[in-house]
Ligand binder design. Structure first.
Ligand code: UP5
Ligand code: MG
Length: 194
């Protein structure tokens, strides 16, 4: 896809920073299609007959990044199928979280318009994830996995944010405030860009 066919916004931020929550609000108000890479991977893991189920579960529990071939393919298929239904505006949530994914996606799927980046203190994210872990059933909402997710985020995913920062394509929003307050910062930050 070229950037006049589709508009892709990457949504990044640490585990529990509120990417999914804020994307849901953007969908209500701006009719984006929300594609969470993590949700696509969890669905593929649960799909009967998937050859990648066990591998995805292992990576997610370890807080590691699933090999890019799998994730890029899932996102590409999802975008192609929504595009056929006439959708052109996408929020790609929780991706790219490793440099190789960023380069491959922009080459084989579409260039990104900008990256919406949620800044959040680790303490706040930890509190949210432990609370959610009481009911989420996610394999990675436990203290051991959460620590690994934080480390991967700093070591592997922050370089992606820095890469887009060099291209002046990052919009930063603080997210250690109530959901609606964060959302109003999001609206202000992106209103001239969408
Ligand atoms: N909450 C949200 N906002 C709040 C606020 N302002 N005030 C108070 N509470 C707030 O929110 C998390 C929790 O906090 C919720 O309970 C929410 O109500 C509350 P959420 O919106 O879900 O945050 P989000 O940033 O989406 O957190 P998530 O846990 O989804 O982040 P991760 O980035 O860790 O998870 P993701 O699903 O993206 O990835 C999971 C794993 O998949 C990765 O660790 C990795 O192993 C794998 N993965 C890949 O390998 N490749 C990829 O490309 C993507 C994922
Ligand atoms: Mg999420």
């Amino acid at each position: 896809f070229s950037d006049d066919q589709v508009s892709v916004i990457f949504v990044l931020g640490g585990p529990g920073s509120g990417k999914g929550t804020q994307c849901a609000k953007l969908v209500q108000n701006h009719h984006f299609v929300h594609l969470s890479a993590g949700d696509l991977l969890r669905a593929e893991q649960a799909r009967e007959g998937s050859q990648y189920g066990a591998l995805i579960k292992k990576y997610i529990t370890e807080g590691q990044i699933v090999p890019q071939e799998i994730t890029v393919q899932l996102l590409k298929q999802a975008i192609e199928s929504k595009y056929k239904q006439g959708k052109t505006r996408f929020l790609v949530d929780g991706f790219p979280r490793k440099m190789d994914q960023a380069i491959t996606f922009e080459k084989v799927v579409a260039p990104s318009k900008f990256t919406l980046f949620f800044e959040c203190p680790e303490k706040v994210m930890l509190g949210r994830l432990l609370e959610r872990g009481k009911t989420s059933g996610r394999d990675d909402d436990n203290i051991e996995s959460i620590k690994k997710r934080f480390k991967t985020f700093i070591d592997t995913s922050m370089p992606v944010v820095e890469h887009f920062e060099k291209q002046s394509k990052v919009v930063r929003v603080r997210c250690d405030e109530p959901v609606d307050a964060v959302y109003s910062h999001v609206e202000t930050a992106i209103k001239d860009k969408i």
